[in-house]
Design a protein. Sequence first.
Length: 411
Amino acid sequence: MPSFKGYYETKNLDPFTLEKAYEALKYERSTIGYYDLPTSSLDLCEEIKSTLLSSTVFFNTIAIVGIGGSSLGIKAIDRLLRASTPHAKKIIYFENSDPISIAYESSRIEFAKTLFVVISKSGGTVETLSIFKYLIHKFDIDLTHSSQVVVVSDEGSILSQFADYYHLKRFVIPSNVGGRFSVLSAVGVIPLVLAGFHVEGVLEGAKSFADNFWARKEEHLLQKAAFYVSNAKVSPVNVLFSYSDTFEEFGKWVVQIWGESLGKRNARGERVGLTPISLIGSVDQHSFLQLIIEGPLNKTVTFMHIEHSRDELMIPELSLPFLEKSDFVNGESFNTLINAQCQATMQSVLQSGVSVDEITWECIDELSVGKMIMYYELLTSAAGALFEINTYDQPGVEHGKKILESYFTNK
C-alpha cells in the first residue's frame, strides 16, 4: 500500500483548519455519492458477472465511447494494472472529436468481437454522441436488441431513453456522483470487469483508505489540503512528478479532478484554484525540471514512485568504448536507477526552496490503485471545502458547451 511523507512545514497549520475540512467532508457524506461507491459497487460487480459476463465472453475488445470523467479513470486503472493482468481484454478508447484518432481507432476494431460501452453522465455529451453515431454508421450496427452495445448514463437522460427505446443493456450512474468522481461507479466498473480486471480489489483498497480517513488515521491528507490552500496565492501550481510510465494516465485523471473541481469563484466572487501539472520521471527531468528549480517559486511538487517493480530488469555489466561515463550504474536494476533518479531530483528541488511531498507505492496492485483513487478524491474534496467553493459543479465548462451549440445552431 502507498505511504505518504511531507517535506513542508505543518507545525504552523491551524488545527481548526484541519477540523473544518474534516467536518465539511463528514457533512458531505450524506449527499455526495462517491464516498459510498467502494461498498455499493461491489453488488454491481456481482450483477455484471451473473447477468452480462457470460453473454459477452466471445468479445475480445471493449470499445469505450466517452470523454473526461467517462474515460480518464478507466484509462488510469487499465494502464496501471495492465502489466499484472495479461489476460485482460483489449480496450480501445474513443474520446476526442479528432477525425485522425477516430479513423485510426476504428480501423483497429474487429467488429464481430467488439463490445461498445457508451458512457455519458449527462447523456448529451456532443463528442460522445457524435462518435457513437459514426460507429453505428461505419459498422452498420443493428441497434434493435443489440448485444454489442452497453450504455452507462444518468437515469432519465436522453442517452438512457435511447437505450430503453432500443432495449439495450443499460446501467445507471448515481445522480449524486459527479462525472470526474465516477470511476468507481458503473462508469469504471462495467468495462473493467468485462475486460477481466479484478475490480473488487480496487474497491477494497478505496474502502480501506476511506475507513482510515474517517477514523482520523490519514491526517496527512488534511494537512496537505490545508497547506496547499493556505499557500495558494504563493504556490498556485501543483506538480505531480511520477516516476513510471504507468502513471501517465493516472496523472491525467488527477489533472481533471483537481483542475475542474477547484478552479472556481468562491462565495465572495474571488477566483480561486490550484493549477495541476502531471510529469513523468525521469523523462521530464530533461524538460520541465529546469523551470521548477530555477524558475518562479510558485509551485509545489509531489514525487510519486514505485518501491518494488515486478520486472527486475538489470543494466548489463557492459563497458563500451567512449561510453564509460555511465558504467557507475552497471549491474544495478532499472528499478533502482529510476528510484535513485527520483530521490536525487527530489533533493535538488527541496534544495531550491520548493515545497515537496512524496508518495511511495510499495508495488502496483489493485489495493494500491483503489487507495490512491480515494486519496485524490478526498484530497480534492478537502481542498474544495477550504476554498469554500462547490467542488462538484463546473459552470465554466457548461458555459463553453452553450457557446459551442450556438456556433452551429446560428450558422
